[in-house]
Design a binder for this molecule. Sequence first.
Ligand SMILES: Cc1cc2nc3c(=O)[nH]c(=O)nc-3n(C[C@H](O)[C@H](O)[C@H](O)COP(=O)(O)OP(=O)(O)OC[C@H]3O[C@@H](n4cnc5c(N)ncnc54)[C@H](O)[C@@H]3O)c2cc1C
Length: 382
Amino acid sequence: MTKPRQTVVIVGAGIGGLTAALAFARHGAEVFVLEQAAELKEVGAGLQITPNGLRVLEHLGLQDAIGAASIAADAVVPTDALTGQAITRFDLTAQSPRYRFFHRASLQGLIGRAAQAAGAQIYLGARATSVSQDGIVQTTNGPMRGDVVVGADGIHSITRTFCDPSASEAKFTGQVAWRGVVPMQNMPAQAQIWMAPHRHVVTYPLKDGLLNVVAIQERQTWAEEGWNHADDPENLRHAFADCAPALREVLAHLETPNLWGLFRHPVASRWTHGPVALLGDAAHPTLPFLAQGANMAIEDAFVLADCATKAPTIAEGFARYQALRRPRVVRAIETANANARNYHLTGMARGVAHLGLKTLAAVAPNAFLNRLGWLYDHDVTA
Ligand SMILES: Cc1cc2nc3c(=O)[nH]c(=O)nc-3n(C[C@H](O)[C@H](O)[C@H](O)COP(=O)(O)OP(=O)(O)OC[C@H]3O[C@@H](n4cnc5c(N)ncnc54)[C@H](O)[C@@H]3O)c2cc1C
C-alpha cells in the first residue's frame, strides 16, 4: 500500500532548514518553510563547506550551481599570526569533492531556489511561537499543521525546548567573533588560520574579489542582548595590533565588521518528540573552529528526510535519525572545541605545537586529511 503524502512544516530557513525542505520535497512531501526574517539575506559572511556537506548538496542535484557560486580550496595554511610565517600547508587538491568557499547568502539562495523548484513553499516574516504534540505550529501568521515538524530554528530554538525541556539555555563560551569581508583580488584559494595567544583569525577568498575574515578573541563577558552587532573596526584592529603586517593590512580594510558572541549548550539529549525533530544548531550549536556547523546541519537534513520518509512509521524514522546522527555530531563538536584550545596556545606550548605541526607535515604530508578522514570522507547519502 502506498503511504499518504506527508506534510512537513519546517521552522527556520537557514542552511539546515532549506536543505531539509529540498530533501523532503525530493521525497514527494508537501513542504512549508516558516522563516521569521522578512527576507533571506546575510551580509558579510562566508562559509566553508567541506566534502561531507558537499556530497549531500551534489546528491540533491546542486553540483552545477555549487560550481558557479563558490571557490574550490587548494589548501589550509596554519600561520603564526605574530610573525606572519606559514607554519605548514595542508594540500586539499586531492579531495573529491573538493572543500569549497561560499558566500553564505549565495549558498542559502541556491538551496532555497532548488527547494522552491522542487515544490517547497517558503513563508517569510512568519515567526513560529510554539509547537504542540499534534503537529500544530502557532505562527505570527496563524497556525499550520505538519505530519512532521522540523525544528531548524538555530541556536535560540523554540522547538528545542519542546523536544528537550530539560535543555539548558545557551551559555557564553568566553569567545567573540568578528566577521566581515574585505575587497581583495587574486587571493590564493586557501584558508589561512592566523594563530596568536588567546585569539586567531581565519581568512579565505570568496567569489567576486572578496576575502572573508573571521577573527576570534577570548573575552570574560558578553553582556549585550542578541548575537550579531555592528562593531567599531578599531576594536578589532586593536585586538590584533601586535600581529604581523600582512594580517594587520587585511584588518585595516575591514570597515563594517559584525561582532558575534559565541554561545554553546550541550548537544540535546532528545532530538525528537512526537511529530517534531530538531536539526542543525537547534539540536547542537557548533563552534566555528572546524567549520562544521552548517555542514552538520546539511547532513542532519538529508538523513532526517531519508529516515522520516522511508521508515514504516515516523517514530521509527526519528529514532533511526537520532541514532545515526548524535554520535557523529558529538565527535565533530569535541574536535572543534579542541581546535579552539590549540589555536590560542601561549608560551612554550605554542612553540612546541607549531614545531609539531611542521614536523608532522614533513614526515607525513597527508596526516591532516587522514586525521579528519572520519569527518570529510563520510557520505551520508551512501
Ligand atoms: C563566525 C562563524 C563562522 C562560521 N563558519 C562556518 C563554516 O565555515 N562552515 C560551517 O559549516 N559552519 C560555520 N559556522 C556555523 C554555521 O553558521 C551554523 O552552524 C549554521 O548556520 C547552522 O545552521 P542552521 O540552519 O541550523 O541554523 P541558522 O543558520 O541559525 O538558521 C536558523 C533560521 O531559523 C530562523 N528562525 C529562528 N527562530 C525562528 C522562529 N521562531 N520562527 C521562524 N524562523 C525562525 C532564523 O531567522 C534563521 O534563518 C560558523 C558560525 C560562526 C558564528
